[in-house]
Design a protein around this ligand. Structure first.
Ligand code: NAI
Length: 296
């Protein structure tokens, strides 16, 4: 609690409504988490079907978390509102973009968001690897854009990186973003926008080396067991499947380009053949309903 207080002052900001754009692995869980913290959350995705899946997954999470407490389950459920057309953008205090990792697609979103958002709303991206500068190129007020970089799984991971560009991001926006982090019970750590930010700069080489060792012929389960026996909470290949192999490939490419990590070929071929990890049911392991079935 003291650490949270030190990093984000709740009294600076009284957000009530969060709008999340993109209800995939991250956006769905960010929306569900914020709904559980008592916020009204509008969640936007490309189709009613996708939104149905987001709500279904969120409700499962509420039930797991609250067990038999029907009142809290219902409250969280009531807070989560599917919003196909993005009506929530103009009303929200915090807008979080979590669509797939593609610069042009994100820029299109932010042009629209900037035009519609309330003047004092926080405008944030959950990108893992694209710099704020690149995304904000299309914005009239690039100083408004901040990164709210959550970690997967959102329900379990306390850290929230607050990504900013020195001399560009408005310091007030950074402060408000930190305050929001404290409001939702996360540990909001300001981190300069740079390749991989802070955590992925450390974590991605761990994942990529694990994949390389597997590529050299060591079974995934063996690589992971050794890492876990050593004391890591999760092995690198299970972690890669959890994060999503497409996301690992994207972040890995950026780190390979900017800081010289080595990218294993298998990652490319897995993604090309649609094996994206947990979210597609197959990666280095086979997955069923978020449970590891076996090594493929
Ligand atoms: P995902 O592929 O699971 O989900 C993306 C969602 O966005 C899909 O539901 C898709 O239908 C929706 N979408 C696409 N275009 C849209 C649009 N124009 N409007 C509304 N919805 C749209 O992706 P994931 O893994 O959730 O990643 C999302 C973002 O979060 C990426 O920027 C990624 O780098 C970042 N991130 C991912 C982490 C991970 O562990 N997967 C961790 C931290 C950040």
């Amino acid at each position: 609690q003291n650490r949270l207080k030190a990093l984000g002052d709740k009294s600076l900001f009284s957000p009530k409504h969060v709008h999340v754009i993109g209800g995939g692995v991250m956006g769905g869980d960010i929306a569900a988490w914020c709904a559980m913290q008592g916020f009204k959350v509008t969640i936007q995705d490309l189709s009613q079907d996708a939104l149905g899946r987001v709500v279904g997954r969120a409700v499962k999470g509420f039930k797991r978390r609250y067990r038999k407490d029907k009142f809290r389950i219902m409250n969280a459920q009531d807070n989560l509102i599917p919003d196909l057309h993005g009506h929530g953008i103009s009303k929200a205090d915090v807008i979080i973009e979590a669509i797939f990792e593609n610069l042009e697609a994100k820029q299109t979103i932010f042009k629209d968001v900037e035009a519609k958002a309330k003047p004092d709303a926080i405008i944030a991206t959950n990108t893992s690897s694209i710099t704020l500068n690149e995304i904000a190129e299309v914005m009239k007020q690039p100083e408004r854009l901040v990164g709210l970089h959550f970690f997967n799984p959102v329900f379990k991971m306390p850290l929230l990186e607050i990504i900013y560009t020195p001399d560009k991001t408005d310091p007030k926006v950074i402060e408000l973003a930190q305050s929001f982090g404290a409001h939702i019970g996360k540990l909001p750590l300001p981190v300069k926008s740079s390749p991989g930010f802070l955590i992925n700069r450390i974590l991605m080489p761990y994942i990529l080396e694990g994949v390389t060792i597997h590529q050299e012929g060591v079974p995934a389960a063996v690589v992971d067991k050794v890492a876990v026996d050593y004391g890591m909470p999760m092995g690198p290949l299970e972690l890669a499947d959890t994060v999503g192999l497409d996301i690992c490939l994207h972040v890995g490419k950026i780190l390979a380009d900017k800081v010289g990590v080595t990218l294993p070929n298998t990652l490319d071929s897995e993604v090309e053949s649609g094996r994206l990890g947990k979210k597609s049911g197959q990666g280095f392991y086979n997955w069923k309903a978020d449970k590891k079935v076996k090594e493929k």
